[in-house]
Design a protein around this ligand. Structure first.
Ligand SMILES: NC(=O)c1ccc[n+]([C@@H]2O[C@H](COP(=O)([O-])OP(=O)(O)OC[C@H]3O[C@@H](n4cnc5c(N)ncnc54)[C@H](OP(=O)(O)O)[C@@H]3O)[C@@H](O)[C@H]2O)c1
Length: 407
């Protein structure tokens, strides 16, 4: 890839809820003429100008590119080292941009949590991206950075301190505060719509190894948890975690891309802690019921349309005060032959937007500025396989994430 590009990072989708937050984060963290050269892109000049005005800096470069205009996407990909995209649902708007980045040897990162679409990108572009020497990195937000980098961190520490890897890791969301945006809700609805129309999509979504390389899409892990259970490590009740559907696939893909260093029988699962005692158990069942109501109903049905009214529209999401009051804490419990090692992963803003915009922004900055320190791997990758220690460092230094081993 040529290093003589006009920009380090272009944020495509800067007029949307999350894209605007990434731009704001860049302006506050890197300024405009500092070590990171960046620009905002979108399909609507007026909206981009409004965002720029809101950020209070008229000098932020603006670029027009529409998902329906391949030439504009190629031009975008040629001008920058990295495209950081928040234009979603990705399954609707993302195909041509990934193709343009591979075509031009441009690194890429996004917030896609749409398993079926990521599968399509792997099948279509992994080999070509490897040959082009670029990194296509999906899932650089709350799904799936805490999981993927949490496992990476715990295994690194296990190997370093005890000379062996954990053979079983359990990721448990212990506490979180935040809300959903309209864009995320639209993306979730689109996954359900595609799954209702195409049994192949369903197969990929429900396969625990749905993002593994072709020919390696099986292993010892069972489908994601669907009930309320007691976790003896936490001494608390746990319930299904909606993001497990993407996070577990990303962690397993990372393992497969590294040729199974933790062993072919490595086990991984995710769940959410609902609390201790009778109240924890009752909260678990209440959470399960809420999840069931959210996922039930055929797309387009009266029930689904009624439920949809309770969720935000694209472009809407939690306000600044809500984002700043938000946080998340995971426990990553690793079993080794003669001990259990526990890591804590934390974030200092709401998971979906305040923290996600910083995680995505730092992923793009890492791809653009830390090239020399990145693992020598190209293709359609995961955050940990594409960026490893360099990303871990940035997340802790700049993005408000914490990774530590519990005493
Ligand atoms: N993984 C995570 O943790 C996480 C967290 C947050 C968000 N997300 C994902 O991020 C995506 C964005 O979410 P959001 O809430 O920011 O959505 P949003 O507010 O609806 O923003 C979507 C953006 O896409 C742009 N867009 C739509 N159609 C386009 C087209 N044809 N060509 C070019 N641009 C187009 C919109 O431009 P206009 O302004 O011109 O309409 C807008 O800038 C979603 O897929 C969501 O699921 C993931």
């Amino acid at each position: 890839m040529s290093t003589k590009r006009e920009f380090d990072v272009i944020i495509w989708g800067a007029s949307g809820f999350t894209g605007r937050l990434v731009a704001e984060y860049y302006l506050n963290t890197y300024g405009l003429d500092g070590e990171l050269k960046w620009a905002m892109a979108g399909r609507n000049q007026t909206k981009l100008e409004e965002v720029r005005k809101g950020l209070g800096n008229d000098n932020i470069p603006l670029i027009l590119a529409d998902s329906h205009d391949t030439a504009s996407l190629n031009e975008l990909a040629k001008r920058t080292k990295v495209v950081c995209t928040t234009v979603g649902p990705y399954a609707k708007y993302g195909n041509e941009l990934v193709a343009a980045c591979v075509e031009n040897g441009t690194d890429y990162c996004d917030l896609a949590g749409e398993t079926q679409w990521i599968r399509r990108m792997i099948d279509k572009h992994h080999k070509a991206a490897k040959e082009a020497g670029c990194r296509i990195v999906h899932c650089c937000g709350f799904d799936s950075i805490p999981s993927d980098m949490g496992v990476y961190f715990l295994q690194r520490e296990a190997k370093h301190h005890y000379g062996e890897y954990c053979y079983h890791i359990k990721m448990r969301l212990k506490a979180a505060k935040g809300a959903m945006s309209g864009g995320t809700f639209a993306s979730m609805n689109n996954v359900m719509l595609e799954a209702s129309k195409d049994p192949e999509v369903k197969k990929v979504i429900f396969n625990p190894y749905g993002l593994n390389p072709q020919g390696e899409m099986s292993g010892p892990d069972k489908p994601d948890m669907q009930s309320v259970k007691y976790d003896s490590d936490l001494k608390a009740w746990i319930m299904p975690f909606i993001m497990a559907a993407i996070n577990t696939r990303v962690v397993r893909r990372s393992h497969a891309l590294k040729s199974y260093p933790y062993g072919k029988d490595f086990l991984y699962d995710e769940a959410m802690m609902s609390g201790k005692g009778f109240t924890g158990r009752a909260k678990g069942y209440a959470g399960l019921l809420t999840l069931g109501l959210m996922m039930a109903g055929k797309p387009g049905s009266w029930y689904k349309n009624t439920i949809n009214r309770f969720f935000p529209e694209p472009g809407e999401g939690p306000n600044k005060a809500e984002r700043e009051a938000g946080f998340f804490t995971f426990s990553v419990i690793g079993r080794m032959n003669d001990r259990t090692l526990v890591a804590k992963v934390t974030g200092d803003r709401d998971p979906g937007y305040g923290s996600t915009s910083k995680m995505l922004g730092e992923s793009a900055a890492c791809l653009a500025l830390d090239k020399k320190h990145l693992p020598k791997m190209c293709g359609v990758l995961t955050p940990s396989t594409a960026m490893g220690d360099a990303l871990l460092h940035r997340l802790e230094e700049k993005a408000g994430l914490g990774f530590s081993i519990e005493p």
